[in-house]
Ligand binder design. Structure first.
Ligand code: TRP
Length: 331
């Protein structure tokens, strides 16, 4: 069975775009592979959260992923900072990571541009920490989006360099997890591109959104005055509404509104009312689960402790072996 590692950024709640993207991939992988999923809270320190925010963000993200179906019995689900072995491997890898290559990383250059007053060493060495996350469990596969491909390439570089330096075949070179079928891209409600939390208020529907909030967001979604001729292609904003309907409504409902559109009889107010109702129904089980888990401290504690224990077992073995290879000996 292949080993899969993936880090989750502790930022915000899950929205439908996350759910139909990364989360559904996790759900599929967790029963087919030996998965290590962790919340990357060390990484998040590069942007200096307050102590209250740090814990709150980690907790919220953990609850969201559990509610979305991540199964802590099937995979190893843990908090990165509960596994200090990661930081030791990070330190060791940093000794063989060069300033030039770290400075050339696209995500680093972007941060330098975006936060010129906080170009800390953690940002520079973000790829070594990520490499440590991955190779500490000897991962074969990492599910990454386009924005993380360069980091994964660096991980292979560091793993390889270590092997050559000590003339061992110790670390595995991790590859990107390939998802056979095409992912559905979930559009946002603002008429433009995809659903995202940074695209502005009201663009994303979160799994935790209350029915009132969902109603407000959907009713405010961008539309237009409707088609003037039958069977015309749909403008982007309208196609977005139909795509959202495709994922949360029944095929009959979708057919009904398509027919209305094609015969120029569509009333977007009616369509949005239907979409609101179906959206509320689709997200209801997640909302309930989020509330249920959030109220169960004992369960959360158990999940986190069990995850840490399982992750540390694997991580400690790697660090022990790496120390041997490097030449640390006990007296
Ligand atoms: N860099 C990833 C992101 O921004 C998060 C991450 C940290 C990660 N460590 C990882 C992803 C290890 C995969 C494997 O989304």
């Amino acid at each position: 069975m292949e080993i899969v590692v993936s880090g989750i950024r502790p930022t915000g709640e899950l929205h439908l775009g996350n759910y139909f993207g990364a989360v559904r991939n996790f759900l599929r992988m967790q029963y087919e592979n030996q998965c290590y999923f962790f919340i990357a809270d060390y990484h998040s320190l590069t942007t200096h959260p307050t102590p209250a925010d740090l814990h709150g963000n980690v907790r919220r993200v953990l609850i969201n992923y559990l509610a979305a179906g991540l199964d802590p019995d099937a995979s190893t689900l843990y908090i990165q900072s509960d596994v200090p072995e990661v930081t030791e491997l990070y330190l060791l890898l940093n000794m063989n990571a060069y300033l030039g290559e770290l400075q050339r990383v696209t995500s680093f250059k972007e941060k330098v541009r975006k936060q010129p007053d906080n170009v800390n060493a953690g940002l520079l060495t973000y790829p070594t920490l990520m490499a440590a996350d991955i190779i500490i469990h000897k991962a074969h596969k990492v599910p990454v989006g386009k924005d993380q491909e360069q980091h994964l390439e660096m991980t292979r570089t560091f793993a390889n360099r270590f092997n050559r330096m000590y003339n061992v075949e110790y670390f595995v070179e991790p590859q990107a997890y390939n998802f056979g079928e095409q992912l559905i891209k979930i559009p946002g409600l603002d008429g433009s591109g995809k659903m995202g939390k940074s695209e502005g208020e009201g663009n994303a529907i979160f799994l935790s959104d209350s029915p009132e909030v969902i109603k407000k967001k959907v009713m405010k979604a961008v539309s237009d005055s409707g088609p003037t001729e039958p069977n015309q292609p749909k403008p982007d904003a309208i196609q977005n509404l139909f795509t959202l309907m495709e994922v949360v409504s029944s095929p009959e409902t979708l057919d009904f509104f398509n027919e209305k559109y094609n015969t120029c009889q569509i009333r977007y107010g009616d369509m949005k009312k239907q979409l609101t109702q179906d959206m509320i129904q689709f997200t209801a089980p997640f909302r309930e689960k989020i509330n249920e888990i959030a109220a169960d401290e004992a369960y959360l504690k158990k999940v986190v402790n069990t995850g840490a224990e399982k992750a540390r077992e694997s991580a400690a073995k790697t660090v022990r072996e790496v120390r041997q290879i490097i030449g640390f000996r006990s007296f």
